[in-house]
Design a protein around this ligand. Structure first.
Ligand code: ADP
Length: 608
């Protein structure tokens, strides 16, 4: 969080507000107070001055109008005495002027004016009979403020016989006001200092819980709800702090619930066998579970925020809007060089409460196996129909030929009948093989396992083939141990299995070829191999020879009476015995088919 600058903090703001308040209050009080005080003092001064002036004027008039003859002292001395008695004010100068404008007497500092005619216009105006208003002016030399006043000396018949001119310094008043101002200033400074201190203290009490709450909010933002704000009192801030703590508790609970739900959802999504992808309104991926990552071979980090249309390779066929109205699933082909993958995608729309489309959810289902099975089934049906149609068509044409007259021909008729009979047999074989395979495919298929001697079993099969192939120039070699080897198996099924392999070896062996039958014992199983010196199987075809209806050379196999199901049946029989079957072959040189069988563990000395 950004650090608050010192001058922006509440502390400083509160202190400044306090200081300003006090300053303004003190200023207002100070100005008003000093103004009032000044007015009062000046008024007092003026009235005192006036009273005295009038008193002096009265007495001076008495002295002036007295008969000079009777007096032993001159007028000047008498008035001087009078002034000393009545006007002993400091910082005040008085002149007494007679009606001829001559200064009769004056106080000490104006002594040298005595006897001179005054030029003072106030005095002259007063002598002329007009009233004088007191006036203030500054003394040029001292700079003091002076109150100036001229009072007429009136005789009993109201004629003006002289004037009193007074100059009194008001400096004392202003000094006094200055002192009071000084006291006020000192008081203001002390009040300001105290207020600032108090402001700091007060703002602390307000800001401390707020700072606490701020720190708590920061910690809560980081997911830690364990801290609590200290409640300092029961005022509004105290209530705010306790509400904050309650809020923190509720948030913690809500967070825990959300977290729990999130975990549940995450766990469900992670362990789902289907892939799930969620997008926003614009088709950008916002969620992808692990299964979807595996299916699409894309990591979530990379796929995040990518377009779903691109990730699902749909951008070439459709637009995002098409997915929003889509109810049917679509199949996605994700075949790679290594493996085949077909995914079925179901799309549903995420809607807001107001029904507005807000995104998509795609559920991906791996249908590779299903599709494979379906494909195999279709192929199988096609193969069966094809296999049956060939002999039926051939039989139909032979029978038509026979009915068209060939039957009358003693030479052709038996041949044609032989062909139709061969085709019928082939069809019967085919149908039997199919029946057997379908039985093996059914869940109830069971083989009857019994202990049997592998040596005699193999020998008997070879003996039988030696008998049936007497006419053909084929040699049978046996590499079979003398001793009996007990194995577990279903004799009939195993006979069919070995018959299929040996009959193939006979079919594909050239004249004079040798077929070698080997029985090897291994630690946990026996291996029976049949090797021929026939045409062999090309390398590319080897992996498919056990597939149903698979034939390397279709025409040749059909001519030899093959159905293409022999090795498929062989494979099923071996699998039912818990063994394995494989082939190794070299084109043009020969082929070896091998399969394994388990020992009969109940017999003593098995396999050793
Ligand atoms: P078929 O009835 O056609 O013999 P099988 O399932 O027995 O059907 O064999 C499948 C194919 O495997 C045959 O068509 C043939 O091409 C090939 N095959 C089987 N055994 C041999 C072998 N011993 N030598 C060469 N090719 C073989």
């Amino acid at each position: 969080m950004k650090k608050i600058r010192f001058y922006k903090s509440i502390h400083v703001k509160i202190v400044i507000i306090y200081v300003l308040l006090i300053l303004i209050a003190m200023q207002v009080i100070g100005v008003y107070f000093t103004k009032q005080l000044e007015d009062q003092l000046v008024d007092n001064f003026r009235s005192t001055l006036n009273e005295r002036a009038e008193l002096v004027a009265y007495n001076v008039e008495q002295e002036m109008t007295r008969d000079e003859e009777e007096e032993d002292r001159s007028l000047q001395l008498r008035i001087n005495d009078l002034l000393n008695q009545l006007f002993n004010m400091d910082n005040a100068e008085v002149q007494v002027i007679d009606q001829n404008q001559v200064i009769v007497t004056a106080t000490a500092n104006h002594d040298n004016y005595v006897g001179q005619r005054t030029t003072n216009y106030r005095v002259m105006r007063t002598l002329a009979g007009s009233d004088d208003e007191a006036e203030v002016f500054r003394n040029r030399t001292t700079g003091d403020r002076m109150q100036v006043l001229a009072v007429p000396v009136e005789s009993e018949d109201d004629s003006i016989v002289g004037a009193i001119y007074i100059e009194a310094s008001m400096q004392e008043i202003y000094n006094q006001i200055q002192e009071i101002n000084q006291i006020l200033l000192t008081g203001t400074i002390i009040a300001l200092l105290l207020t600032a201190g108090l402001g700091v203290f007060l703002s602390r009490t307000i800001t401390r819980p707020i700072v606490d709450m701020k720190t708590q909010a920061v910690v809560m933002g980081e997911g830690d709800y364990s801290r609590k704000v200290r409640v300092y009192g029961h005022d509004e801030i105290g209530q705010l702090a306790s509400t904050f703590n309650e809020l923190s508790n509720k948030l913690e609970e809500a967070h825990a619930t959300t977290e729990g739900e999130r975990r549940k959802l995450a766990s469900v999504l992670t362990h789902m066998t289907d892939g799930v992808i969620a997008t926003d309104r614009h088709g950008k991926i916002i969620l992808m579970n692990r299964r979807a990552e595996e299916m699409l071979d894309q990591s979530q980090e990379i796929a995040m925020n990518s377009e779903i249309m691109k990730i699902l390779n749909l951008d070439k066929f459709m637009r995002l809007n098409d997915l929003y109205g889509m109810n049917d699933p679509i199949l996605l082909d994700f075949d790679s060089d290594e493996e085949e993958t077909i995914l079925e995608a179901h799309f549903s729309v995420i809607e807001k409460e107001n029904g507005q489309e807000n995104g998509l959810i795609a559920v991906l289902h791996d249908v590779t196996e299903q599709e494979k099975v379906e494909e195999e089934r279709r192929e199988f049906v096609a193969n069966v129909s094809h296999e049956l149609r060939t002999p039926l068509t051939s039989m139909k044409s032979y029978l038509e030929a026979l009915s068209d007259g060939a039957l009358e021909d003693p030479e052709i008729a038996p041949r044609f009948i032989q062909v139709t009979s061969n085709e019928t047999e082939r069809m019967i074989r085919l149908v039997n093989d199919l029946l057997q395979l379908s039985k093996m495919d059914s869940k109830d298929y069971q083989i009857i396992m019994a202990s049997m001697n592998a040596t005699t079993f193999v020998n008997q099969v070879i003996d039988r083939f030696e008998m049936t192939t007497k006419n053909q120039d084929i040699q049978f070699k046996r590499r079979i141990p003398e001793k009996s080897i007990p194995v577990m198996g279903d004799r009939d099924k195993l006979t069919q299995l070995l018959d299929n392999i040996v009959s193939n070896a006979v079919k594909y062996s050239p004249e004079g070829g040798t077929i070698t039958c080997t029985l090897k014992t291994e630690k946990e199983r026996i291996v029976i191999s049949v090797k021929d010196e026939g045409v062999g199987i090309p390398k590319d075809n080897i992996p498919h020879v056990f597939d149903r209806f698979y034939r390397v050379d279709k025409a040749r196999s059909r001519n030899l009476g093959g159905t293409g199901l022999g090795l498929a049946i062989a494979k099923e029989i071996v699998a039912a015995h818990g063994g394995s079957i494989w082939v190794s072959s070299e084109w043009g040189k020969g082929t070896t088919f091998s399969f394994t069988l388990p020992y009969d563990l109940n017999e003593e000395g098995d396999g050793e």
